[in-house]
Write a protein that binds this ligand. Structure first.
Ligand SMILES: *Cc1c(COP(=O)(O)O)cnc(C)c1O
Length: 414
């Protein structure tokens, strides 16, 4: 039931004395432990590699930690490619999984020698005309219909998703790519987001492995890489059971042994592009209670807002909240915890039972390490917060300064 924090109230007050709230704080130890657990879970596959989804947490310090843990980077835009290049990623350290891709993005990915993962059949000709088909090429698969797990429950509806090739297009696509000179091939699919079941990756892997066998049998194209992409979720709610990555790794191994190995495909490398699983639990948004309001409901106003963390407003997502120093106090007050945007969906929590909150209390909003800061925006003239890294020696490093009004004005013509 209890969700723990990786930092004490005393340490947080020290940090907040130097870096004013709100800020995102990341836990280096947790990031390394998560990366090591993932690598261990897939160590049965000699070519395994995680390509961290840069969009989740695009910060060079985080990316350098992940590089040290053996990860590459999954990019989907021009600037994410630039960022990966800046932190030293080279060639096949970068996966480029983009959609509705502009020419300039394809050209930069090709120039960097990134693995290009095509989102659509028509992109084959486009890429060929732009800069030629590289020796190694990936295609993104969309099986259509409904994607079901082991017990038959529907995880998502790929038929409604804008991504990927149909199966027929895959056969045609790999043939065409081979004719145009491609030598090594990969397949990719992302069929469900934030899954809280150990069954997602194994079910996806089985689908992809069977497709790989079909492609080999039908058109004689042998796959070198199977990219399981993102989608392994985390337990945002205190009552949810976290995924067990070791169990997930074993599930994928079982499908590999059943489908790939007997078909002579035991040498194929598995890739992942996890963002949320890697970073979400290893970051939090720290904000201070600054106002209270008693009308038809009880409100606590904090100095962060949806511009610092969009998920609750955008997806009605649950993020657990701890009031620093009141971890063991009874949760006997019902609050809406709100930011200051002129939008009534700017609520970090609705009807949440929390300890009594006093002005000045520090609130820890959990699990914001992925798709948190990165989804930020400047609505209402709100400025992006700082990002801080709690190092393994318990020191704190500023890894992105907070925006200032000068940043806000920098792009304006006045
Ligand atoms: C967003 C995304 C990911 C990461 O997804 P998570 O849910 O954060 O694991 C991986 N690959 C692609 C192509 C994506 O768009």
């Amino acid at each position: 039931m209890a969700k723990t924090t990786f930092v004490t109230k005393e340490r947080l007050e020290e940090i907040a004395a130097e870096y004013p709230t709100p800020f995102h704080l990341y836990d280096e130890r947790g990031i390394r432990e998560t990366a090591r657990a993932l690598n261990k879970a897939f160590s049965w596959n000699a070519g395994f590699r995680e390509y961290f989804a840069v969009k989740a947490t695009p910060n060079p310090y985080i990316m350098k930690i992940l590089t040290e843990e053996g990860c590459g980077f999954d990019c989907s835009s021009y600037t994410e490619l630039l960022l990966s290049d800046r932190v030293g990623a080279k060639g096949g350290d970068i996966m480029f999984s983009s959609n509705e891709t502009p020419d300039a993005d394809f050209l930069l990915a090709a120039k960097l020698g990134a693995f290009i993962n095509l989102d659509d059949f028509t992109h084959i000709e486009i890429l060929d005309k732009l800069c030629g088909i590289p020796e190694t090429i990936f295609c993104r698969y969309n099986p259509g219909g409904e994607f079901k797990g082991e017990s038959g429950f529907v995880m998502d509806r790929p038929k409604d998703a804008k991504y990927g090739f149909t199966k027929e297009q895959l056969f045609e696509g790999y043939k065409l790519l081979r004719d145009k000179g491609a030598k090594k091939f990969g397949i990719h699919a992302f069929l469900a987001s934030n899954t809280v079941t150990n069954g997602y990756y194994p079910a996806l892997a089985k689908t992809l492995f069977e497709t790989v066998v079909e492609i080999k049998d039908k058109i004689g194209v042998g796959m070198s890489y199977v990219n399981l992409s993102g989608g392994v979720g985390i337990a945002y709610g205190p009552d949810e059971t976290p995924n067990d990555i070791a169990e997930i790794g074993r599930g994928v191994e079982k499908a590999f042994d059943e489908v790939m190995v007997p078909n002579g495909l035991g040498g194929v490398s598995i890739f992942t592009e996890l963002g949320r699983f890697m970073l979400a639990p290893n970051g939090c948004l720290v904000t201070r209670a600054i106002r209270e309001k008693h009308i038809y409901k009880e409100y606590v106003g904090v100095d962060a807002c949806a511009a610092n963390l969009m998920r609750p407003a955008m997806y009605k997502a649950y993020h657990h909240i701890t009031v620093a120093g009141k971890e063991n106090a009874p949760r006997d007050c019902k609050y809406d915890v709100v930011g200051g945007l002129c939008e009534n969906n700017d609520k970090f929590a609705i009807d949440r039972m929390l300890p009594k909150i006093d002005a000045g209390d520090l609130l820890i909003i959990h699990d914001t390490g992925a798709h948190g800061f990165s989804m930020g925006y400047n609505y209402n003239g709100k400025l992006r917060s700082a990002e801080l890294l709690l190092r393994e020696d318990n020191s704190v490093k500023l890894i992105r300064r907070a925006e200032t009004p000068e940043d806000y004005f920098a792009t304006l013509e006045i």
